[in-house]
Design a protein around this ligand. Sequence first.
Ligand SMILES: NC(=O)c1ccc[n+]([C@@H]2O[C@H](COP(=O)([O-])OP(=O)(O)OC[C@H]3O[C@@H](n4cnc5c(N)ncnc54)[C@H](O)[C@@H]3O)[C@@H](O)[C@H]2O)c1
Length: 451
Amino acid sequence: MKRKEFILNTSLAAASFSLLPSGSVFAGTAESKVRIAIIGTGLRGQNHLDLLLRRDDTEVVAICDVDNRMLTMSKDLIAKSGKKMPQVYTGNSDTWRKMLERERLDAVIIATPWEWHKPMIIGCLEMGIKYAGSEVILGITLQDHWDVVKAAEKYNGHVMMLENVCYRRDVMAVLNMVRQGLFGELIHLQGGYQHDLREVKFNDGVNPYGHGVEFGEKGFSEARWRTEHSVHRNGDLYPTHGIGPIAHYININRGNRFLTLNSFSSKARGLHDHIIKQGGESHPNAKVNFKLGDVVTTHINCANGETILLQHDTNLPRPYSLGFRVQGTEGLWMDVNKGIYIQEKSAKPHQWDEAKVWLDKYDHPLWIRWSKEAQGSGHGGMDFYVIHSFIESVKRKLPTPMDVYDAASWSAITPLSEQSIGLGNETVEFPDFTGGQWMYRKPAFALNDDY
Ligand SMILES: NC(=O)c1ccc[n+]([C@@H]2O[C@H](COP(=O)([O-])OP(=O)(O)OC[C@H]3O[C@@H](n4cnc5c(N)ncnc54)[C@H](O)[C@@H]3O)[C@@H](O)[C@H]2O)c1
């Protein structure tokens, strides 16, 4: 197929999305309940646990963690819910394998530190579990990403990265606008992870956020493991909140693909300065050399001609913003100034409309249908949707709307950006995890109001 024809076909496919409501069952009978386990009931795992406990179609049959404090917090949540206490697995860092062997499971949710995701996903698949939902980041090295893709193919399993930002209300309204052609043909996209994590990367070993400058063994929750990645690695360490939504906008792995990437890193000052300010010059951590540049920018070029700019910015003082920009031949959305501009449709030429007016008008059918259920769930409600999508896929025995190829290509940005920076900002090729199938695969994400 010629490239021009191909682009036409994919945009036709996108334009023909039906947003028709369709029936869905939320409650389940005892036999049809999804039997699920969670590995890693830390702070994120507990969010998922809470959402699962609220569902009548799901039974949490087992949980596993190595940390007693996290397990106690989880057991309290379960007790409060009035649901049956699941089997609790703990002991050492391999006890999760015992849980997978002993329990009859339809699905597993993995919310452990990044380095555990690959072995745990593959462990689930090897045990014949068909659905593995992993928190963001699939693996550490590029080879890890290939290993997960190959295992999913070998065992015919579904691996969904639980990328919740894809379900953010404004992100989904913009998806709706993109699919209805409001922005014209998409040209350039931006996003990223711009979140001051200094009080997440360091704490006092008791409180999860701030109150000290400890990390590693002396830290609690993410300070225990995440900070080490800032010591030893330089790259875009957390690309998926930005790239996930962007990938849906331009049908990555479904008519389009990432072709090449390069990354630049600034100097590293933020984490060291934070330690000095909060812990003093004499604190032992003042001697730590952080490899992660404070601002890492990554450029990606796509098969259909779009460019993407990603930013990773977690060590400096700043308000939270993922910095989305979706720009096409007819107009653009920028989330940081809460503005949308569509030529000949916006109120005044060359002036921003308040984005809210457009976002309300194009609210995605999923949000229209489920916003009551989403109320009170984490991150403004989007956490409900990612779990809902995963569980509904399990119930229907269907592929998850975001699959292992999506997970691998979004998460592989990390090792590729490290590689590019290591090579003096060289442009590196993006692997095609789909083995050429990206040309034929069709969009599957949020096509209706179901899940
Ligand atoms: N999508 C989001 O919005 C979001 C938000 C926060 C965290 N996350 C992701 O969730 C994951 C977990 O982060 P977190 O904030 O919950 O961290 P956390 O440190 O609070 O929790 C991780 C848990 O895993 C447990 N664990 C570690 N090794 C284990 C092993 N071998 N077996 C069993 N349990 C083990 C730890 O004891 C801990 O309780 C990470 O991938 C993180 O990036 C995503």
